[in-house]
Design a protein around this ligand. Structure first.
Ligand SMILES: Nc1ncnc2c1ncn2[C@@H]1O[C@H](COP(=O)(O)OP(=O)(O)OP(=O)(O)O)[C@@H](O)[C@H]1O
Ligand SMILES: [Mg+2]
Length: 327
């Protein structure tokens, strides 16, 4: 299968990582027999030229939508969405369909979709600075409605009254141009589950996420400054892994996720697991991102972790290829 790997300025914020990561994905895909070419789309024209240029069997995109914004995901309301264009042209692609992509990028819509199908999520509200917040329970957690890499998350994300809440909401509006998602604060253990494949062969592989206690500030949350610097550890869950697996499977079914997602879960004040978010384009930095780390926990090969990484890439590509009936 010949693969067109699509990325652009937003590849790190929106997708699997920066250009180095994209090169790693390309090398791994090629090494497992799927020659991969990279298209770096700075503009919608670049993107259309790449997908209309042919020479590939399937597209794999680090971008939900085309943007020049390197810093954060943003809303992309009037942007060109990759899956929309590929659907319109009947071009096969790796990953979930356009509707699911739009739901996953918007954590409020994710919560609404999951709650409607009976999947456990925290109580949640979409809040703008002009809104009435009398329905919010405290302590609450305030975060941008559609970011990743813990962008917009710090110790002030945990709020105990309406003044603290509104200060954080105004900051999120100013800084990231979007409404805030306000949730019940989930104080307990955190899991992330790699969901790989489709249908009867789909696997949900949970990992426990932890940081050495001295790095946490006031709260046990993954602040932005703890991310991407090797401080978070992924391990096999000593307990409740089966529950995280079942919850992730329910969430992936409810959202109709395809091929590869990563589902973040945290434990509420009463001890129940709840889905925080479904990552539609999980990080794929070799040996560092959570998905490859989890894959190694479950499928460590004698050839080492780079071989595990290639096997993960192979499994993601195979999942999509099988759906489309492409060898
Ligand atoms: N309701 C909550 N209660 C407590 N902590 C939370 C809550 N929601 C998020 N967090 C903390 O903030 C971190 C980031 O939140 P979330 O996973 O929603 O955002 P993200 O930035 O999109 O993550 P990723 O990098 O996985 O894409 C979580 O890993 C968790 O530690
Ligand atoms: Mg997360």
């Amino acid at each position: 299968m010949r693969i067109l790997l699509l990325t652009g300025p937003g590849g790190d914020a929106q997708g699997w990582g920066d250009m180095h990561v994209t090169e790693s994905v390309a090398e791994a895909a090629s090494a497992v027999g799927h020659p991969a070419r990279i298209a770096f789309a700075e503009t919608e024209q670049d993107f259309l030229r790449a997908v209309d240029g042919g020479g590939f069997d399937i597209v794999w995109s680090a971008l939900y939508y085309i943007t020049a914004n390197e810093r954060f995901i943003g809303r992309g309301e009037n942007a060109m969405w990759v899956a929309d264009v590929l659907d319109a042209r009947g071009i096969p692609y790796i990953g979930s369909d356009s509707r699911t992509m739009r739901e996953m990028i918007d954590k409020y819509r994710t919560h609404e979709a999951l709650a409607a199908r009976g999947v456990a999520v925290p109580a949640h509200h979409l809040v703008r600075s002009s809104d009435d917040v009398s329905a919010v329970r405290y302590p609450a957690f305030v975060k941008p409605m559609g970011e990743s890499r813990s962008i917009g998350i710090n110790d002030d994300s945990v709020v105990t009254n309406a003044d603290e809440l509104m200060r954080q909401v105004r900051w999120i509006e100013r800084e990231f141009g979007q409404a805030a998602l306000v949730e019940d604060f989930l104080p307990g253990d955190e899991f992330t589950t790699l969901v790989l494949g489709n249908g009867a062969t789909r696997e949900c592989l949970p990992g426990l996420v932890s940081v050495a206690p001295q790095h946490y500030g006031k709260h046990k949350v993954l602040r932005a400054d703890l991310r991407g610097i090797g401080l978070t550890k992924i391990s096999l869950p000593p307990s409740r892994g089966d529950e995280a697996k079942v919850l992730a499977a329910q969430a992936a079914d409810a959202m109709n996720c395809l091929d590869h997602v990563r589902i973040d879960i945290k434990t509420d004040a009463g001890g129940a697991l709840r889905v925080m978010e479904v990552n539609g384009i999980p990080g794929l930095k070799p040996l560092k991102s959570w998905a490859p780390q989890i894959y190694t926990l479950y499928y460590r090969s004698p050839e080492g972790e780079m071989a595990d990484y290639r096997n993960l890439i192979r499994a993601i590509i195979a999942a999509a290829g099988t759906r489309y009936g492409i060898a």
